[in-house]
Design a protein around this ligand. Structure first.
Ligand code: NOJ
Length: 567
């Protein structure tokens, strides 16, 4: 059934992800904050984006960089105050930018008062039923209730002490006898909520209203495929070693269970109480795309991150396939496709695309990585990939710093690494710190303008100054100016509401991706040799085109060009 699509802003929006800890520090503690974001909003406006998505800034002990919330209606003092948030929204709206808040409903922090109460309560008590507590296996309940492995490494269960301390084992000096186990898909400090529980559901509806009342234009919803677990919690061993955020096509008992959709329909109802097209975007790592499209059926989410696109291999066939599949699957349910190449959980695409072999999806890399990186090739391809992405119809997500061409930082000293994955796997997996290093603004300033005191919660590499925004601003050919031009043209040529028509000449090519979107021809050369281009004035080039001997304009390898199409 074809569904008419409307003109809601999010259908065509470019949404810029701000990772607040690493964006701009204003108070000098080396951690970015909300006043820092507000200060830099004019620069985001001048980049040409439509909205910012703020990764979590709510109260949190920061064991998973804020994805472990201990109070959903407070701003963590690390990031500022509620007034700072309100000022940020005011300023953003005055500039015509929307603000998307990150909501983390799958789990709370273990510091959350709901979990403290659950620990102090007896098994079977209603406070415990808000989380997923179970008796252990074995004669004395000494084995976890099942074999599930946490996404960050190690078992998905931890045991608690029954008794007055309400502590989690192993707790030094704690009193009480070993009791039940609780489930945590991620770190042990992130206990999963029980979404079968009505009380939990109602609480979250009010949390949504709290932020909508304060001007939030929508939510990015964390782990939107994980809230409901298969009944009976059966043992399950994932196909690949090292648990992933999902994405396997197999029916996994903690990802993509059909019951999650009922929750999203309730959330949609809450957003619909408000005016102004408030948006819901799902982080749902499910595959294939047809399955992901279930999250964006009418009455649920508006958008879902397109992870298949993010991880498409750098080959013409793979890109054409995933673009076709995305437009078909999302289009069939009346949703725009989204496009994304980087975020705070994956290796930055300027590095990923320069890695030899087929590197793992998700986790970061480090200096002892078995995947050698060609940085120059990575940057070249990243620019080509971004230019291709920004010509596609639908909504695109950018991750802070990609507009500067920032690479993944692979040589963070071991002692500086912070990701719980690094700790839980005892250094076997590097985790995601490499894409979270504070970004450079002004080359000559301490910490490249990130913090007034020059501090940075993760060390910035020496070469960061070369990527600083002020070194690129107004410089023809810089990555920043490439993004700006792409966003400007995307808007003026109305590409986001256009469509993709593959150019016949290259529709089966192994090395060229070429399509027409409205009045623009987009050609990406993924091969090893320059290719001759059709006639048309170049509007945007990720690398310079040159006139060949035969008078034809030539596109070099690993480059994308936008041309004005003939009639
Ligand atoms: C997905 C988030 O993007 C990631 O950063 C976080 O660690 C997990 N969800 C757990 O909340």
């Amino acid at each position: 059934m074809a569904i008419e699509s409307g003109d809601e802003w999010w259908r065509t929006a470019v949404i810029y992800q701000v990772y607040p800890r690493s964006f701009q520090d204003s108070d000098g503690d080396g951690v970015g904050d909300l006043p820092g974001v507000t200060r830099r909003l004019p620069q985001l406006k001048s980049l040409g984006v439509d909205a910012v998505w703020l990764s979590p800034f709510m109260q949190s002990p920061q064991r998973d960089a804020g994805y472990d919330v201990s109070d959903y209606t407070k701003v963590d003092p690390l990031f500022g105050t509620m007034r700072d948030f309100e000022a940020l929204v005011r300023e953003a709206h005055a500039l015509g930018l929307r603000v998307i808040v990150d909501m983390v409903p799958n789990h709370t922090s273990s510091d959350h008062k709901w979990f403290r109460k659950a620990l102090a309560a007896k098994p079977g008590n209603k406070a415990r039923d808000r989380y997923i507590f179970r008796d252990g296996r074995g004669r004395h309940g000494q084995k976890p209730p099942n074999n599930w492995q946490s996404v960050f490494g190690g078992p998905m269960w931890d045991r608690v002490l029954d008794g007055k301390d309400g502590s989690v084992l192993p707790a030094k000096g704690a009193n009480g006898k070993p009791g039940q186990w609780y489930l945590h898909i991620f770190d042990s400090s992130q206990p999963d909520l029980n979404w079968e529980n009505r009380w939990v559901r109602d609480k979250f509806k009010n949390i949504l209203r709290f932020w909508l009342d304060r001007g939030a234009d929508g939510f990015r919803v964390d782990v939107a495929h994980g809230l409901v677990k298969q009944g009976g919690l059966p043992d399950y061993t994932p196909p690949a070693e090292g648990a992933s955020m999902g994405g396997n096509e197999a029916a996994e008992p903690y990802w993509g269970q059909p019951g999650v959709h009922e929750i999203w329909r309730e959330w949609r109802g809450v957003l619909d109480e408000y005016d102004g097209d408030r948006a819901l975007c799902a982080e749902a790592w499910v595959s294939p795309i047809e399955r992901m499209a279930l999250w964006v059926r009418p009455g649920e989410f508006d958008q879902a991150f397109n992870f298949d696109y993010m991880f498409a291999r750098w080959t013409a066939r793979d890109l054409r396939r995933v673009i076709d599949e995305s437009l078909t699957a999302f289009g069939a349910v009346g949703a725009p496709s989204t496009w994304v190449l980087s975020n705070h959980d994956v290796i930055r695409h300027a590095t990923r695309l320069g890695m030899a072999g087929d590197p793992p999806q998700g986790d970061g890399i480090g200096p002892r990585s078995p995947y050698p990186v060609d940085a120059a090739l990575g940057l070249r391809r990243a620019r080509a990939a971004s230019a291709l992405m920004l010509a596609l119809p639908g909504s695109a997500y950018l991750y802070q710093g990609e507009e500067l061409g920032l690479p993944e930082v692979i040589d963070i000293p071991d002692e500086a690494r912070q990701d719980p994955t690094w700790k839980r796997t005892k250094g076997k997996r590097y985790g995601r710190d490499g894409c979270r290093v504070p970004i450079p603004w002004e080359a000559e300033e301490p910490s490249c303008g990130f913090s007034p005191t020059g501090r940075a919660w993760l060390p910035q590499p020496g070469e960061w100054a070369a990527f600083a925004r002020d070194r690129q601003e107004g410089v023809p050919g810089s990555t920043l100016e490439l993004y700006r031009a792409a966003l400007r043209l995307r808007r003026s040529k109305r590409l986001a509401s256009g469509g993709v028509r593959w150019l016949n000449e290259w529709s089966r090519s192994r090395t060229v991706v070429a399509f027409r979107n409205r009045s623009v021809l987009v050609v990406a050369n993924l091969g090893r040799r320059p290719i001759g281009l059709p006639d048309g004035k170049p509007l945007l080039e990720s690398a310079p085109t040159r006139l060949g001997r035969n008078g034809k304009r030539m596109l070099p390898p690993d480059a994308t060009v936008w041309l004005r199409a003939g009639r």
